[in-house]
Ligand binder design. Sequence first.
Ligand SMILES: *Cc1c(COP(=O)(O)O)cnc(C)c1O
Length: 692
Amino acid sequence: MGKQPGVAAAKIEKSESDHLSSSPQLNHRSETANRAAAKLEPQPPAGENRWTIEKSEELYRIQGWGEPYFSINAAGHVTVSPQGDRGGSLDLYELVNALKQRNLSLPLLIRFSDILEDRIERLNACFARAIARYNYPGVYRGVFPTKCNQQRHLIEDLVRFGKPYQFGLEAGSKPELMIALATLDTPGALLICNGYKDREYIETAILAQRLGHIPIIVLEQVEEVELAIAAARKLGIKPILGVRAKLSAKGIGRWGTSAGDRAKFGLTIPEIIQAVDRLRAADLLDCLQLLHYHIGSQISAISVIKDAIREASQIYVELVRLGANMKYLDVGGGLGVDYDGSKTNFYASKNYSMQNYANDVVVEVKETCEERQIPVPTLVSESGRAIASHQSVLVFDVLGTSDVQAEVPTPPSDKDPLIIRNLYETYESLSAENYQEAYHDATQFKEEAISLFGFGYLSLTDRARAERLYWSCCAKILEIVRQQDYVPDDLEDLEKIMASIYYVNLSVFQSAPDSWAIDQLFPIMPIHRLDEEPTQRATLADLTCDSDGKIDQFIDLRDVKYVLELHPLKPKANPNDNSTEAFTTAHEPYYLGMFLNGAYQEIMGNLHNLFGDTNAVHIKLTPKGYQIEHVVKGDTMTEVLGYVQYDSEDLIESIRRRSEQALQENRITLQEAQLLLQNYEHSLSRYTYLSS
Ligand SMILES: *Cc1c(COP(=O)(O)O)cnc(C)c1O
């Protein structure tokens, strides 16, 4: 790459236009020249080996995790079809370019409100189908757990889209209760009040009945029983109460500890009996109407979901028998998202569909209630991840790469140290027959070289040569390994060792905290150039100065993979064309997308290294294309500095004073001082990420 005559031609074209003027025609001419130049680039050979978008589809597994929302078009760009096959689609790459022209820099979080709407419709449709199919004589009333994504526009959309289904909200804390009380205005929708509660929380929730809400106070701690009784007496209003049970059926994996006797929340069976007795004594047993459980998030095995609903159904009918006025069974969250598209019970996947889930809930509850001849409850679920994950995509750019230097080595002479000659010999004799042995030899020689250097027997230049030879061996071995069906264990790491590092314009801590904290996998792939073969193998390194700020595990059909296939960066066709950019990289923009990250990541993201919130936009499809509904600008430096109590005026003042001092002492020129202050002030008002 980079030596094609086209680049030079384009350069000349541009410098000519610089001489004349920057009229649009001339820009257009230079673009035409670029395109003509591109034709001169070596074309991939036609035929079987040509890379196709189908190969990209398979490689990045986009159908597995992306259907029906994401796919690849003939131009090799990712497309978004927010309403699945029922509506239009848009080209994500073109959208990003259009947004960049509106001064929305990357990293950029793009929300598709139509996807959110589709998720709500789907979940409700699945329950409606299950209810019809099994003749369930009751209804489903879902709620959205606010903690999953509290962003105002999203919650407002959610309430609006949920109206036809009387979809409600769940609050897990006092601030979330504030949001739910003020935002939910759907008649008949439930407002589930979870989390730790104090007197004020409970009183507020009870009083909300007067505003037309259906607030259900879920007792999660033994102490809350007395608080609820006291509040009911004080206000003279009967609360609607629920109880959260600690089931013995356990989730598995990451969130498995959300259930069981030692779980953080919920009442054990003896505690539930105690609560029932207390409520009966206080003449409030008719207030107890809901049974809730939550066995953890991202439950990947349907068998676990079935066990839980079976146990909960039994508790439900028992509560009816004990005299509670039961009406609702709330199965909590846990409905999984298939991040790797493998449809397995791997932690990044799930071995069931949304419809399987709804069917199992409906059937189990119906059978248990029929057996015991009691009326079926209204079914409630608190699915967060399954509703919110798909609606947002984070697009970020690559700032640069670092590759292992693996060149074809020049033969050493007899005067060169033995270790160099040994390494070269290893390189030369490498073949498909001996590559495993050669790998061990090369590794041993490299270690010897380092220790010889340590004792002063090898010069720095020779050590560099030894290391380069080692990398050359590794590169040659890797080529052989990639042809093999079976990779010996000791060579498995080779791909990782030899991977390029792609430096990306994002903070993992801000935008994908679960990837850092709990090794969660999100699908990541380029959003363009998908008709070209991605010849590089890479890991991603973020902007923070933290060695944990990286992504080196990626989705795969089986287990995970440790490198991601990416395209080599293309040198900029026209390096002088930096008219619109503050800072110009030497390569063409290369955009990656991180998908399915709409749940939990935003609010858990933190300000490590003071990288703030990213820019975000809300996009809605229209018959003609799309419309930008909201733009939420990311944090400026002034804002993030404010979070840690710095006042930007004070900071500027301090720099001003110091420059003045330096001027007095002739350490800086007036011009330098002005530039320094100008840059400083300008930076403060800017995005915390790099502009590329
Ligand atoms: C977190 C949580 C949820 C949401 O779980 P998902 O797996 O995201 O659907 C639901 N209910 C409770 C009580 C929760 O704590």
